[in-house]
Design a binder for this molecule. Structure first.
Ligand SMILES: NC(=O)c1ccc[n+]([C@@H]2O[C@H](COP(=O)([O-])OP(=O)(O)OC[C@H]3O[C@@H](n4cnc5c(N)ncnc54)[C@H](OP(=O)(O)O)[C@@H]3O)[C@@H](O)[C@H]2O)c1
Length: 284
């Protein structure tokens, strides 16, 4: 048993894994002070599926204590299976969703070392046919809710002098994908936010990582209502994205592209936009 000199109610219980999880659950419900855990704590949104679920499992395997969020409790339970993770179901599409989640997370453990903001949705089709409600829905969840969640958890990270915010962007945000205009805009917004925030946080001990996946084989495409139909790039596995997130956090990286060659189209676009557009017209 790990003991501390304080003898306070913050001391870890005899069975650290089960005890910490039980007291974290009680704290998350608003009963009692945040339990103390010696393990590092990651809050993962989108943990009920795909990239978020795989990332949560990777961090659990690495010995981290997890706070898992999504809307679907049953799938969150599947992600958490065999771990001491605390489930914090939340609808980040609701106006106060991000604030309520951050409050519950900080109540549960008293601190967050890493936030992995993985929750997101897509929408595909001609912009001219996109309902206004869907424009708002995609922008709110993929951009606004993420920014609000970061705004809520950052003060505690900065105060503790360490932490990392991991934003799950997309190659769509780097290059702008036809018939994914609003999704591309939301992810480009995340990329610009990551760049700006990183500068603001310099010297605080808190870092920002932008994860830039190409297509990934998850339920994302079925959920948006249009399957992935291109032959290239080929979809990668969510486990590969999770491994990249793990490495990026361990190495305190500013960004990570998966697969790595995806930096190429982004560079061509930045350096020679006219060539980039000619290539797009040709290859679509
Ligand atoms: N798959 C790809 O090809 C790809 C490529 C690049 C980037 N990404 C990005 O990667 C992230 C994860 O996507 P994925 O591929 O893992 O998709 P996914 O399997 O569909 O997972 C999406 C996650 O977001 C959560 N979510 C959706 N709406 C929510 C809401 N209103 N409130 C709270 N959580 C909500 C879902 O939770 P519930 O199901 O419980 O509601 C689910 O856990 C997204 O940001 C996506 O844009 C995906």
């Amino acid at each position: 048993m790990t003991t501390t000199g304080s003898g306070s109610t913050y001391d870890p219980p005899a069975d650290p894994a089960r005890g910490a999880a039980a007291s974290a659950r009680a704290a998350a419900r608003g009963h009692g002070p945040p339990p103390r855990t010696d393990r590092r704590v990651a809050l993962v949104t989108g943990a009920s599926s795909g990239i978020g679920a795989a990332t949560a499992r990777r961090f659990a395997a690495g010995g981290w204590h997890l706070l898992l969020s999504g809307r679907d409790r049953r799938r969150l339970e599947e992600t958490a299976s065999g771990t001491s993770a605390v489930l914090l179901p939340a609808d980040l599409g609701a106006p106060q969703g991000a604030r309520l989640l951050a409050e519950a997370a900080l109540r549960a453990t008293g601190r967050i070392d890493v936030l992995v903001a993985g929750a997101g949705i897509g929408w595909a089709g001609p912009f001219l046919t996109m309902p206004h409600t869907d424009i708002d829905r995609v922008l709110f969840l993929d951009l606004n809710a993420t920014l609000h969640l970061v705004r809520e958890v950052l003060p505690a990270m900065v105060e503790s002098g360490r932490g990392r915010v991991v934003l799950v962007g997309s190659v769509a945000g780097c290059v702008g994908v036809r018939e994914e205009a609003v999704y591309s805009a939301a992810k480009a917004g995340l990329a610009a936010f990551a760049e700006a925030l990183r500068q603001e946080l310099r010297g605080t001990g808190v870092g920002v990582t932008l994860v830039v996946p190409g297509p990934v084989a998850t339920g994302f495409f079925a959920r948006r209502g249009r399957p992935y139909h291109r032959s290239r790039p080929r979809p990668t596995s969510p486990g590969r994205i999770a491994a990249a997130v793990w490495d990026a956090v361990a190495e305190a990286r500013d960004d990570t592209y998966i697969p790595a060659w995806l930096t190429l189209p982004a560079r061509v676009r930045a350096l020679t936009p006219s060539l980039y557009r000619r290539l797009l017209n040709h290859f679509g």
